[in-house]
Design a protein around this ligand. Structure first.
Ligand SMILES: NC(=O)c1ccc[n+]([C@@H]2O[C@H](COP(=O)([O-])OP(=O)(O)OC[C@H]3O[C@@H](n4cnc5c(N)ncnc54)[C@H](O)[C@@H]3O)[C@@H](O)[C@H]2O)c1
Ligand SMILES: [Zn+2]
Length: 382
C-alpha cells in the first residue's frame, strides 16, 4: 500500500448508516469549509461551538469565522480542558449553555476539540431537547481517527469511564489535519496508538505501510508529513466506518475496536485518569499485553507479537508497565478494574486477542487463572 505523494483534495469517507449516514472529510484546511458544509446540512440553522479552553485559544476564531463565512450565526461554550470535564458537572454546564443559547431542534452543536469535547458535546447534543444535530470537528489525532467517528458519546461515572452515554451519530465529521500542527507530540503519539490498533486488528498491509512510513506520519506537514498523515487518518477512518456500518451498536464485530482497551482502561483507571498515562498510551500498553497474552495462549506467534510491540515502541509509546513512572496496584485490584469494563458480559470477561498481524478476534469467557498468572508476571519490576 502506498500513500498519495502530495496533499490534494480532501479525502471523504462515508459512514453508511441508512438515513443517518454521514461523511468524514479529511484534509489540510478543511475547517474553512465548515460554514458552507453546515449550511448545506441545515440552511437557516444556528450553531453553538463547544470547545475547551486550550483549543479555544488556538482554533476557535477560525471555526467561528468559517461558520460566519457560510452565513451561519454561532455562539460559543468553552469548558476546561481535561478528562475531568467529562463529568455530570461538565454535562450540566454544556446542556444549560446550549439551552441558554436558544438552540432548537434542527440547530447544530459543533464539537471542536479532542475526544473529551467530542464525547461531552456529543452527549449533550443527544439529550438537549431530546436530540440536536452535531458536527464533530476533531482537533487531536485520537479524535480524528477514533472518537469523533461512530456515534459513541459519554461522560464518566465515579465507578468508571464512559459509563453514562448515548449513541448519537454526528451529521458530519470535519478532520482538518492542519489542526494537528499545534498538538503536543505526546498527544500525537497517543493518538497514533489507535492508528496502530486498526492496522493490527484488521489490515496487515496497512501495518506494513506504517512500519515503512512511520517517520512521515509523524513529520510536520512542511517536512513531508502531510500526505502520509492524511493517508494514515483516512485509512483508520475507513476501517472504523466499515465496522460501525456493519455493527453500530456493538453486538459483535465492533468489539474488535476495543483491542488493547480492556487492559488499557484498567491501567488508565489505576493511574487515576491523569497525565501520568494518556488514553492512547494506555492503549499501547494494552495492545502489548493483549499480544503477549495471545502468545501465552498459543494463538499468536511470538515473532508477530514482537513485531507489533516493536512498532509501538519505535513510535515512542510505552509497551511495558515499568516504562510508566509510579506504582501499579496489585493483580487483584487490576483484575477488578478490568472487570469494571463495559465489555464484561454477565460477569464473564471477554478480551480482544490477536491471531496474527491484521487479525484480531473476540475471545469470550477468558479463564481467570492464566490471566492472573500472566499479570502477576507483568507487574513484577524488571
Ligand atoms: N467516543 C469514542 O468512540 C471514543 C473513542 C476513543 C476515545 N474516546 C475518549 O476520548 C477522550 C480522549 O481524547 P483526546 O486524546 O483527544 O483527549 P483531549 O480531548 O483531552 O485532548 C488532549 C489535550 O489536547 C488539547 N488539544 C486538543 N486539540 C489540540 C490542538 N489541535 N492543539 C493543541 N492542543 C490540543 C486538549 O485541550 C487537551 O488538553 C477520552 O475521554 C476517551 O474516553 C472516545
Ligand atoms: Zn481508545
Amino acid at each position: 500500500m502506498t500513500a498519495p505523494v502530495r496533499v490534494g483534495d480532501p479525502a471523504t469517507v462515508n459512514v453508511a448508516l441508512g438515513e443517518r449516514s454521514y461523511d468524514i472529510v479529511i484534509g489540510r484546511g478543511v475547517m474553512a469549509s465548515l460554514g458552507s458544509r453546515a449550511r448545506a446540512l441545515r440552511g437557516g440553522a444556528k450553531a453553538a461551538i463547544v470547545t475547551d479552553h486550550i483549543v479555544a485559544r488556538l482554533h476557535l476564531d477560525a471555526a467561528e469565522a468559517a461558520l460566519a463565512a457560510g452565513g451561519m450565526a454561532s455562539s460559543r461554550v468553552v469548558v476546561a480542558a481535561g478528562e475531568g470535564t467529562k463529568s455530570y458537572a461538565g454535562l450540566e454546564r454544556v446542556c444549560e449553555a446550549l439551552i441558554a443559547a436558544r438552540l432548537e431542534r434542527g440547530d447544530l452543536v459543533v464539537a471542536l476539540g479532542g475526544g473529551v469535547v467530542g464525547d461531552l458535546a456529543g452527549f449533550a447534543a443527544a439529550i438537549v431537547r431530546r436530540g440536536l444535530d452535531c458536527i464533530q470537528v476533531p482537533t487531536t489525532l485520537l479524535a480524528q481517527v477514533d472518537s469523533a467517528v461512530g456515534g459513541k458519546t459519554a461522560i464518566n461515572s465515579s465507578e468508571g469511564k464512559n459509563l453514562i452515554g448515548a449513541f448519537h451519530q454526528p451529521r458530519l465529521v470535519l478532520a482538518d489535519t492542519a489542526a494537528l500542527d499545534t498538538l503536543p507530540v505526546r498527544q500525537f503519539r497517543a493518538g497514533y496508538a489507535e492508528v496502530v490498533k486498526y492496522a493490527l486488528l484488521g489490515d496487515a498491509g496497512f501495518f506494513a505501510w506504517l512500519e515503512a512510513d512511520l517517520e512521515d506520519v509523524f513529520a510536520a506537514a512542511g517536512a513531508g508529513g502531510g500526505a502520509a498523515r492524511e493517508h494514515a487518518i483516512a485509512t483508520s477512518c475507513r476501517m472504523k466506518a466499515a465496522i460501525v456500518a456493519r455493527d453500530e451498536r456493538e453486538s459483535g464485530e465492533r468489539a474488535l475496536l476495543n483491542l488493547g482497551h480492556t487492559f488499557g482502561h484498567a491501567l488508565e483507571a489505576a493511574a487515576g485518569f491523569s497525565d501520568r498515562l494518556l488514553h492512547g498510551e494506555a492503549v499501547a500498553l494494552g495492545i502489548a499485553l493483549a499480544a503477549e497474552f495471545s502468545v501465552r495462549l498459543g494463538v499468536l506467534a511470538s515473532e508477530a507479537a514482537a513485531r507489533a510491540i516493536g512498532h509501538l515502541g519505535r513510535a515512542g509509546l510505552p509497551v511495558r508497565l515499568d516504562e510508566v513512572a509510579g506504582d501499579w496496584p496489585d493483580v487483584d485490584a487490576l483484575l477488578d478494574l478490568m472487570a469494571q469494563d463495559k465489555k464484561v458480559k454477565r460477569g464473564k470477561l471477554n478480551l480482544i486477542l490477536l491471531r496474527d498481524i491484521g487479525h484480531a478476534y473476540i475471545a469470550p469467557d477468558i479463564d481467570p487463572a492464566p490471566l492472573r498468572a500472566f499479570l502477576v508476571e507483568k507487574l513484577k519490576p524488571r
